[in-house]
Design a protein around this ligand. Structure first.
Ligand code: UT7
Length: 333
């Protein structure tokens, strides 16, 4: 146990997924694919798509959902961290737009770019703001409108992604037995070549050429990413359990990033965690990037599966490469 005064604890949650569903049958009508391939290779059956609006709308809707369940004033929110790779625009930060949309007039905020590990990285940063004692109410939201950067003619990747957002409110507690206990966070920039969006930034400012070469779309060499992700996510989950003396029996849920059911299964297997203790939403939402982990948290908490005192292991792997794990003890009823 650490010797800080405060731990950061999640005291409220909220989520938003758009109504429009794209099922695997739809993809059969636009590219050369089939439901059986998608389900067996990825575990995805359908995903949600935001037709009108941007990532800030997803994030703001998730926070509005959170605020319905929590008796706090918007002015009390100290900070908003938006984990995303699909910001509304380069600047201002999506967090600023969200701050305005939800009327959190005393909050400061910023975006955090760590792709599929974004929520985990932002969770650590948001928790640090609470742990140091300076801030009392920090919102961390994972939000991505992946449909805005997906090439719907690229059959390797377009079937994978969906849009969504989920948010947690972090507050301080002096009860060290609950809240964020430990994290392991990693980056390896040599992975850039395998998963990126190279157009539009300072390296390749937007031009006819960048558009002609489809550089404004997500690029992924799926097979190469798979090989690294399957080892990276499993190792880091195993490591955090080991260094916190957690056995599979101790863990109530493994909450993994939802990129591929086979990666999730391999991670669970490495940790000895049985399937009933692994949160899954990839079948319904696909890969929502920074939103997968908090969406799992919200749905499993609201359905009564995650309870006070439950020990949770969170794990993610994504572009960068970025990856990591967290050990968290659920702290509220
Ligand atoms: O979230 C961030 C991190 N990202 C990940 O963790 C994703 C990691 N990668 C993956 O999840 C998997 O690599 C994919 C799901 C993207 C692909 O699965 P795979 O088992 O690695 O398939 P593959 O890329 O090796 O393709 C196998 C075959 C190929 O055909 P050939 O060359 O064997 O004839 C592909 O052309 O499947 C073909 N294929 C498809 N077939 C039907 C690729 N996409 C499709 C498709 N429908 N949509």
């Amino acid at each position: 146990m650490n010797n800080r005064k405060y731990n950061a604890v999640i005291t409220a949650v909220g989520m938003y997924v758009p109504d429009k569903v794209l099922d695997n049958k739809y993809f059969e009508s636009i590219i050369d694919t089939n439901d059986e391939w998608i389900v067996t290779r990825t575990g995805i059956k359908e995903r949600r798509i935001l037709e009108n609006g941007a990532t800030s709308d997803l994030a703001a809707a998730a926070i509005e959902d959170l605020l319905k369940t929590k008796d706090i004033k918007r002015e009390e929110i100290d900070a908003i961290i938006v984990a995303t790779v699909t910001p509304d625009m380069f600047f201002p930060a999506t967090a600023c737009l969200v701050q305005d949309k939800i009327g959190a007039k005393n909050a400061w905020g910023f975006d955090l770019s760590a792709a599929c590990s974004g929520f985990l990285f932002a969770f650590q940063v948001g928790s640090s703001l609470i742990e140091c004692g300076t801030y009392k109410k920090v919102i961390v939201v994972g939000a991505d409108k992946m449909s805005s950067i997906v090439d719907y003619t690229d059959r390797n990747n377009c079937i994978l992604f969906g849009d969504g957002a989920a948010a947690v409110l972090l507050e301080p507690t002096e009860d060290k037995s609950v809240g964020l206990q430990d994290t392991i966070l990693k980056t390896d920039g040599s992975g850039e070549a395998f998963l990126n969006m190279r157009g539009g930034g300072s390296l390749n400012p937007p031009s006819h050429e960048t558009v002609d070469n489809k550089m404004h779309y997500l690029f992924q060499d799926g097979k190469s990413v798979y090989k690294v992700a399957v080892v990276g996510m499993a190792d880091v989950s195993y490591e955090i359990m080991k260094r916190n003396n957690l056995t599979a029996d101790d863990v109530a849920y493994l909450i993994p990033h939802q990129a591929n059911l086979r990666i999730i299964d391999a991670t669970a297997k490495r940790c000895g965690i049985p399937p009933e203790k692994v949160t899954i939403n990839i079948d319904k939402y696909g890969n929502t990037t920074a939103a997968t982990i908090p969406l799992c948290i919200v749905e499993y908490y609201r359905s009564g599966k995650i309870k006070k005192g439950d020990k949770l292991v969170l794990a993610a792997f994504g572009a960068g490469f970025t990856w990591g794990s967290a050990f968290y003890v659920w702290g509220v009823d």
